[in-house]
Design a protein. Structure first.
Length: 285
């Protein structure tokens, strides 16, 4: 199956320019990353601050271009300027701060903005706005001012605005970083629903481990490189390696790991409270 997003030996350097206009230093944020995201997957990319995950995210719809290597979005090279509009319609982007994406004074007008710029007929725009808002659970707020919404609600409106453009893939760059736990759950549920019900490919950039336990594939980045990857269970089974690289694991996984070190015969990679409860119950039998 052809990848919806593919990167080969991707490198991105940031240059520090001195007061004289000369390059003083070069910082390599992404270092030789290969990526192959299949249509319909839910991919999570983890890493602490400075790991390169957000720089990688900005390559996935050509906000940044490679210093070395190549990125393709639905077969289109992100360096091809003639394909830039199609690339960004194929891979929509949702950022940390929804206030930077919401520009209209009414929710439904904001969601309509993208399709209007694409030249979509009015009747279809109305249909897309309704479907997008219903998908993220914000239809009842369609005539409200975004300023009166909570952080999680604003972020769902921002996602609806991207969904209305009907991208094949949505890249969410730490979309819950500024939200409280309730808002984080709202946004992740909206992304999961898009993936399961609409078949939209999701690439989630995050440092909240609990947000990725239902992903199809998890990629862990450190110092610009891929440290490990696999299913959530495969990745979070490697607790000691993750801790060595200053990365957390879900709390229940950490508890199970500590109980296992104390001698309880628990399986590796426990991700949920239910899994831990079932495993402990099984020890009684």
């Amino acid at each position: 199956m052809m990848g919806i997003i593919k990167a080969k030996k991707l490198v991105h350097d940031y240059e520090k320019i001195g007061e004289d206009g000369q390059v003083e230093a070069v910082y390599r944020a992404v270092n030789g990353v290969d990526l192959d995201v299949k249509p319909g997957q839910f991919i999570a990319i983890l890493g602490h601050n400075g790991s390169g995950k957000s720089t990688l995210a900005k390559h996935l719809n050509a906000i940044l271009l490679p210093t070395e290597g190549t990125v393709w979005v639905d077969g289109m090279d992100t360096r091809d300027e003639e394909k830039l509009s199609r690339i960004r319609q194929t891979a929509g982007m949702v950022f940390q701060n929804p206030d930077n994406q919401i520009i209209a004074t009414v929710v439904d007008e904001d969601v309509a903005f993208g399709p209007e710029n694409m030249g979509i007929p009015t009747e279809e725009i109305v249909s897309r706005v309704e479907e997008s808002l219903k998908t993220v659970g914000m239809w009842e707020y369609r005539d409200k001012s975004p300023n009166r919404l909570s952080g999680g609600q604003k972020q769902r409106v921002a996602i609806a605005g991207v969904v209305a453009m009907e991208p094949k893939c949505i890249v969410l760059d730490e979309p819950t970083a500024m939200l409280d736990p309730v808002g984080r759950r709202e946004v992740i549920k909206a992304a999961q629903k898009l993936n399961r019900e609409k078949g939209v490919t999701i690439v989630l950039i995050t440092h909240y481990m609990e947000e990725v336990i239902e992903a199809d594939h998890v990629i862990v980045m450190d110092q610009g490189k891929i440290l490990m990857q696999g299913t959530p269970k495969e990745v979070f089974s490697q607790v000691d390696i993750l801790k060595e690289h200053r990365l957390d694991v879900p709390q229940v996984t950490m508890l199970a790991h500590e109980l296992k070190k104390k001698g309880l015969a628990l399986p590796e990679g426990i991700l949920t409270v239910r899994e831990l409860a079932d495993a402990l119950e099984g020890l009684k039998k």
